[in-house]
Design a protein around this ligand. Structure first.
Ligand SMILES: NC(=O)c1ccc[n+]([C@@H]2O[C@H](COP(=O)([O-])OP(=O)(O)OC[C@H]3O[C@@H](n4cnc5c(N)ncnc54)[C@H](OP(=O)(O)O)[C@@H]3O)[C@@H](O)[C@H]2O)c1
Length: 304
């Protein structure tokens, strides 16, 4: 009998990494490398902002750890993002020493100034609107140069999502959801689809791969349905996207003048909702991966 592969998963205490570690535990010996334990396997402590990880015995490394969010420009959180997402990546790649690495990136690296109604992996990586996008782009550059497989999901949703749903709920005021510009189509990524890809990708040719659900979704109806499934009924209203961008610029300027404060509305947040962004997943499909989950599956399983 052959020994199961040993898979080191970083970020396993978080949303995506937790799903990856749980799925990996079905067939592999899992090591969760991070500040806190993951949902499965052995824990190896690692602070990506300060240390080189111990990857001894790992056959494959799946790097999901990242400092995520939309920090105020010039804030301490912004500096920490570089320490984790860029310098931490350099430390991880050094420790991996040529072992297969799957590096979970983000569609936030894509240039938001260009048309994104069908984004292939050769879309320019430039012009990111916040430190998250910039540090993910810099980190994935290091990973690509080291021969890693880089996955670019967009807006990951699913059980335990600590980011999208809370942010969406926070935007609801008196039963109204105010969105920038007219309705658009957006790619979303079910966390199960991302986990499937992360576990398959170590065998793919090095390079970047978009990872998303099989179909893009109509923004307004989708957000309304997601909120309703979680017990909140809303009516959707539109504001001109130029006005939303202007409000975001003003909020970012105010946050810059008061270091340590949160940005009430950022240009990144507006961009995430105001433009069509559809990922072309042909390249990952050609490697044998297929998105099996849809938003419909998620909504059917939600108990408000
Ligand atoms: N969620 C999305 O919509 C989305 C979309 C596109 C791409 N992604 C990418 O998917 C990956 C996972 O994101 P997520 O949504 O799962 O975020 P998450 O739930 O916030 O998890 C982030 C993980 O990174 C770990 N981490 C942060 N700072 C660290 C440090 N200094 N040292 C070691 N580990 C550290 C966290 O560990 P602690 O528990 O110790 O904090 C946690 O396990 C990230 O690379 C993100 O860029 C996510």
């Amino acid at each position: 009998m052959t020994a199961p592969p040993r898979i080191a998963v970083t970020g396993a205490s978080g949303f995506c990494g937790g799903h990856v570690a749980t799925a990996a535990a079905a067939f592999a010996d899992v090591v969760c490398v991070g500040r806190r334990p993951g949902p499965a396997g052995r824990h190896v402590p690692w602070d990506a902002a300060r240390q080189v990880p111990d990857l001894a015995g790992a056959d494959i490394v799946i790097h999901c750890a990242a400092a995520v969010g939309d920090p105020a420009p010039g804030s301490r959180a912004e500096a920490l993002m570089r320490a984790v997402n860029v310098d931490g990546t350099a430390r991880l790649l050094e420790a991996a020493g040529g072992r297969p690495v799957v590096w979970v990136s983000s569609a936030s690296v894509y240039d938001p100034r260009r048309e994104r109604s069908l984004v292939r992996e050769d879309h320019p990586v430039a012009g990111q609107l916040n430190a998250y996008g910039r540090t993910k782009a810099a980190g994935e550059r290091l990973a690509l140069d080291a021969g890693a497989v880089v996955l670019r999901p967009r807006a990951v949703y699913g059980p335990g999502d600590p980011h999208l749903l809370p942010r969406l709920r926070a935007r609801v005021r008196a039963g109204r959801l105010l969105l920038p510009g007219p309705d658009v189509r957006l790619s979303l990524t079910a966390v199960e689809n991302l986990a499937d890809a992360a576990l398959a990708a170590a065998g793919w040719p090095p390079g970047a791969y978009n990872i998303a659900d099989g179909e893009a979704y109509a923004r307004d109806a989708t957000l309304r349905r997601v909120l309703r499934a979680h017990g909140t009924r809303v009516t959707v209203h539109h504001m001109p996207s130029g006005a939303a961008r202007f409000a975001a610029l003003a909020a970012e300027t105010a946050a810059r003048l008061r270091p340590g404060s949160e940005v009430a509305l950022s240009r990144y947040a507006v961009d995430q909702l105001a433009h069509p962004v559809v990922l072309d997943i042909t390249k990952a499909r050609a490697c044998g991966w297929a998105p099996r989950r849809t938003l419909e599956d998620f909504l059917a399983a939600v108990r408000p």
